[in-house]
Design a protein around this ligand. Structure first.
Ligand code: SF4
Ligand code: SF4
Length: 56
C-alpha cells in the first residue's frame, strides 16, 4: 500500500523534494502521492510539519 496525504496538508511542499521517486505533486488544495509510484520509504512523513502523509 502506498502512502497517502490527508486533508491536514498545508501545501508547504517540503515532502515533494524528499521523495526519491518523485511521486509527490501539488494537487487541488493539498499535495498528492501517486500510489503507483510510491515505494513506501516514509521520507515524506518524516519531513511533514503536520503529519499529513501516512501509510494506508
Ligand atoms: Fe515518496 Fe517515500 Fe513518501 Fe512514497 S513514502 S510518497 S516514495 S517519500
Ligand atoms: Fe503537505 Fe506535509 Fe507535504 Fe507539506 S510536507 S506539502 S504539509 S504533506
Amino acid at each position: 500500500m502506498a502512502y497517502k496525504i490527508s486533508d491536514e496538508c498545508i501545501s508547504c511542499g517540503a515532502c515533494a523534494g524528499e521523495c526519491p521517486v518523485n511521486a509527490i505533486s501539488e494537487g487541488d488544495g493539498k499535495y498528492v502521492i501517486d500510489a503507483d509510484t510510491c515505494i513506501e520509504c516514509g521520507a515524506c512523513a518524516d519531513v511533514c510539519p503536520v503529519g499529513a502523509p501516512a501509510a494506508e
